[in-house]
Write a protein that binds this ligand. Structure first.
Ligand SMILES: [Zn+2]
Length: 268
């Protein structure tokens, strides 16, 4: 019998080509480690149909949940028609759990910050229009994102993936109905600031993620990251916090299901 606590990976790019050779095995391995659900955020319109197909035809025991969106790194490759396509998908496909991953990455200088902001706002509007939460990519732009969220509030809140901001910014997101995603970064002993935040924030505001195949954990640098390693993120968080791993697993799974309005687990 599987004694692993049930977990949901709230952010994993299982559709990326890095998983083409062995995607089924990766999913099976994740299931055997207790990962019962994986949310797969979209990054560019060219990948949306294969992402939806992967989630739709899923023959695996892990529930796969698609989100659709245009990642800030790729906005220059998109046209207004892509927003219409996103709108059409949101209108017709209730399986799409969120708009994402969208946001602002001002650590990147090669993509116009103004253009990122335009696409971010348009996608926030669609999220509001179609009552979906958002999955945010936010780097060196938390104050700008919080400002845009105040101007374009999303009714359903969302997740700030791979949270990297300050404690003050964390609470501003929480006030706007967001959860904060923590992943491999908390496994690095020198990441003291983010570890302190992960230790002190209310558990009700935390969700777990791997961001696989990216964001390798401490000890796995240079390797493809995998959803199975969510268990190691859980262990790292349990070492930092007062609650047990089982309590953290239950709470973060509940938080993810609630913020993304996920259907009830088939294994319950
Ligand atoms: Zn991502």
């Amino acid at each position: 019998m599987n004694q692993q606590p049930a977990l949901i990976d709230s952010h994993c790019h299982l559709d990326f080509s890095e998983f083409d050779p062995d995607r089924g095995q990766v999913i099976t391995n994740a299931f055997e480690q207790g990962i019962k659900g994986i949310c797969i955020p979209g990054t560019e319109s060219a990948r949306w149909s294969s992402l939806l197909q992967l989630c739709h035809e899923n023959r695996h025991p892990v529930q796969l949940f698609p989100a659709l969106g245009i990642h800030p790194w790729f906005v220059e490759q998109h046209q207004p028609d892509d927003l219409l396509l996103l709108e059409k998908n949101l209108k017709t496909n209730p399986q799409i759990v969120a708009v994402g991953e969208i946001g602002l990455d001002f650590a990147v200088q090669t993509v116009s910050h103004d253009l990122q902001t335009v696409w971010f706002c348009k996608q926030l509007e669609l999220a509001r229009q179609f009552s979906r939460p958002v999955i945010l990519h936010a780097r060196k732009a938390h104050d700008q994102i919080l400002k845009q969220l105040r101007l374009n509030p999303v009714k359903q809140g969302g997740i700030v993936h791979a949270f990297s901001g300050s404690e003050q910014q964390a609470y501003q997101y929480i006030e706007q109905g967001f959860c904060l995603g923590f992943g491999g970064s908390i496994t690095y002993p020198r990441a003291s600031k983010i570890r302190a935040l992960a230790a002190s924030l209310p558990l009700s505001a935390i969700v777990l993620e791997t961001d696989a195949p990216d964001m390798p954990l401490h000890g796995f640098q240079g390797q493809r990251n995998e959803p199975t390693r969510l268990t190691l993120v859980l262990d790292a968080l349990a070492e930092l916090r007062s609650e047990t791993a089982a309590d953290i697993a239950a709470a973060t799974q509940h938080n993810t299901r609630k913020i993304l309005s996920l259907p009830n687990p088939s294994y319950a």
